[in-house]
Design a protein around this ligand. Structure first.
Ligand SMILES: *Cc1c(COP(=O)(O)O)cnc(C)c1O
Length: 483
C-alpha cells in the first residue's frame, strides 16, 4: 500500500550525503579543537531556540544538521579541548565516537537474548577483569557511570551482609546497616546509601591523613563504636583516586580491616583505578584485586565518549540473585533468539540497555592497553610538571600533595581568606569565560583552591605553561584592582 507510513527515507542516497557531511563536520571540529576557545557560554538567543513547542511536523535532516552546526556544536562542555582540566572529564576520541555512531545504527537492546552485542560486552568485561586481576568467574555489567556501578555493587553487598532477607523484606526492620568511606570520598556513595534505603548518614565519613587518605585507625574505631551501638557494619568503600586531590587510600590496610571484621570491600576507582595499568601506580593499586567489587569509568581516563562506566563483582551468584526478577514474558528458552543466558538484565536494575560496549571495544582495539596506560602515565607526569611550575612561581602556592594527576594550588595574597577565595574564583571563571583554559575550584583544608585534573590525552606541556602564565598574569591584575 503506497500510503503506509515509515520513518525510513524516500531517498537513501540523499541520506548518505547528509551523513557524510555530518561526519566531515564533526571530524573537522575535533581536528581543529585546539584553535578554538575551550568553552564559550551559550548565548541567550541560542538558549531561547530551545524553548520552542514540540514540532508537529518534521523538517529536513540537512536543515537540522545546519542548525546543529550553528547552535549546538559550538557550545559544548569544552572537555574535548586540550586545556580542559575541570572536575574529572574525559576528552573522547574518534574511535569511541565511531563505536557510538555504529551502535546507533545497530540499535541493539543488550538487556538479554542471544545476539552479538552480549558477546562484545562480555569481552569488554573480561578485559576489565584482566586489568584489575579479578577472577574470570567474577560478574560485571557496563553502566552509565560509577554512580550507577556503585548502586549496583552496594545493593549486592547489602543483601549479602544483611542479617535477614532485605531483598524481600526491605529495610524497615532489623539493625541499622552502616558503611565507611573517607571524608574525601565521592558523593555518589552517600547517594547510593540513600537510594538503597540505608540512609545517607549510615555511610560514616572517616577522617583522612595529611595526604587525604582514610585513616585506618579511625576506621577501626568507628566500626567498633557502631558495633557497640548495635549497628550492623557491612561495607567499606576505599577510594582509588579521590576527586579533590587524587588521593589513593591504603588499600592493603583497609582490606585487612575488612577481612578481620567480615566487611565487603568496594573500590571507588572511577578514574584513578585505571592507573593500575601504569608502572608508577601499578603496585599501589594492585590490592584492588583483593576487593569484593569495583566501580570505574571508561568515560574519564580511557576517553570513551559519555556515558560508559562499569562494575565488577567477585560473587557472581550474589550479583545475579540481587537483580534477577524475570517474569514469564522474559523467560529464556535456551535456544533461538530467547537464549543467550545469562542476560545482562539479571545484573542491574535496567531491562532495556544500549550497546555501550561497542565504543569501549573500539577504544581498546584501536589504541591498545599499552597506549592507554602510557597516556595515564603522561598525565601524571604533567601534573608533577605543573606542581613544579607552581613551586617555582613566587605568587603561587601548592595546596595539596600531588600524587596522581590532580594539582590544587592558588594565587597567594596577604589578605583575609574570603578575599583570597574570591580572587582565585575570579581567576578561574575568567580563564573559562575567555576560553583560555578550564580548571575548576574546590575547597582543601577549608581554603578555596584552583584545581587542575589532567585526564586529557590532548594536553601538552605547553598547555600547562600557558595555564600557569595566565593565572599569574590574572592574579597580579586582579590583586592590584583589589588593593
Ligand atoms: C566521577 C566520579 C564518580 C562518579 O562517577 P560517574 O561516572 O560520574 O557517575 C565517583 N567517584 C569518583 C572518584 C569520581 O571521580
Amino acid at each position: 500500500m503506497a500510503d503506509e507510513l515509515t520513518l525510513d527515507p524516500a531517498d537513501w542516497e540523499q541520506v548518505k550525503r547528509t551523513f557524510h557531511a555530518a561526519v566531515d563536520l564533526c571530524i573537522s571540529q575535533m581536528q581543529g579543537v585546539r584553535e578554538r576557545p575551550v568553552w564559550q557560554p551559550t548565548p541567550d538567543d541560542v538558549k531561547r531556540r530551545f524553548k520552542a513547542a514540540a514540532p508537529q511536523t518534521g523538517e529536513d535532516l540537512d536543515v537540522l544538521l545546519s542548525e546543529f552546526q550553528s547552535h549546538i556544536l559550538p557550545y559544548g562542555n569544552g572537555n574535548t579541548h586540550p586545556r580542559f582540566w575541570g572536575w574529572v572529564h574525559g576528552g573522547g576520541s574518534v574511535a569511541g565516537a565511531l563505536g557510538e555512531m555504529l551502535a546507533g545504527f545497530m540499535n541493539s537492546n543488550v538487556g538479554g537474548r542471544d545476539h552479538i552485542a552480549t558477546y562484545v560486552e562480555r569481552q569488554v568485561l573480561d578485559w576489565c577483569k584482566e586489568i584489575f586481576k579479578f577472577p574470570a568467574t567474577s560478574s560485571g555489567i557496563l553502566t552509565s557511570g560509577t554512580s550507577m556501578g556503585t548502586m549496583i555493587a552496594l545493593n549486592v553487598a547489602r543483601n549479602v551482609k544483611a542479617d535477614r532477607d532485605v531483598q524481600m523484606l526491605g529495610m524497615s526492620s532489623g539493625p541499622r546497616m552502616t558503611g565507611y568511606a573517607s571524608a574525601e570520598a565521592h558523593g555518589c556513595n552517600s547517594k547510593a546509601f540513600d537510594l538503597l534505603g540505608l540512609g545517607r548518614e549510615s555511610l560514616r565519613m572517616i577522617p583522612v591523613d595529611e595526604r587525604f587518605r582514610l585513616k585506618p585507625d579511625a576506621l577501626r574505631e568507628k566500626i567498633s563504636a557502631d558495633r557497640a551501638a548495635r549497628c550492623l557494619p557491612f561495607v567499606v568503600i576505599a577510594s582509588a583516586g579521590t576527586v579533590n586531590t587524587g588521593a589513593i587510600d591504603d588499600l592493603t590496610a583497609i582490606y585487612d580491616i575488612c577481612r578481620a571484621e567480615n566487611l565487603w570491600l568496594h573500590i571507588d576507582g572511577a578514574f584513578g583505578g585505571l592507573a593500575r595499568l601504569t608502572e608508577s601506580f601499578g603496585a599501589e593499586l594492585e590490592p584492588i584485586a583483593l576487593a569484593d567489587s569495583i566501580a570505574f569509568d571508561f568515560h574519564k581516563w580511557l576517553h570513551v565518549p559519555y556515558d560508559a562506566g562499569c562494575v565488577l563483582i567477585k560473587n557472581e551468584e550474589a550479583h545475579r540473585t540481587a537483580f534477577s526478577a524475570r517474569r514469564e514474558y522474559l523467560v529464556s528458552t535456551g535456544v533461538g533468539l530467547a537464549g543467550g543466558d545469562p542476560w545482562f538484565c539479571d545484573y542491574g536494575p535496567e531491562l532495556s540497555r544500549g550497546f555501550r560496549a561497542l565504543k569501549v571495544w573500539f577504544t581498546f582495539k584501536t589504541y591498545g592497553v599499552e597506549r592507554l596506560a602510557q597516556l595515564i602515565e603522561q598525565n601524571c607526569s604533567q601534573a608533577q610538571m605543573l606542581a613544579e611550575l607552581v613551586n617555582d612561581a613566587p605568587e603561587l602556592e601548592l595546596c595539596a600533595p600531588v600524587h596522581l594527576n590532580i594539582v590544587c594550588f592558588r594565587f597567594k595574597l596577604d589578605a583575609p581568606e574570603h578575599v583570597i577565595a574570591a580572587l582565585n574564583k575570579k581567576i578561574v571563571s575568567t580563564l573559562q569565560l575567555e576560553g583560555v583554559a578550564a580548571p575548576s575550584t574546590t575547597t582543601v583544608h577549608g581554603k578555596t583552591v584552583i584545581r587542575v585534573c589532567i585526564t586529557n590525552h590532548r594536553t601538552r606541556a605547553e598547555d600547562l605553561i600557558v595555564l600557569a602564565t595566565e593565572i599569574r598574569r590574572l592574579g597580579r591584575l586582579f590583586s592590584n584592582d583589589a588593593q
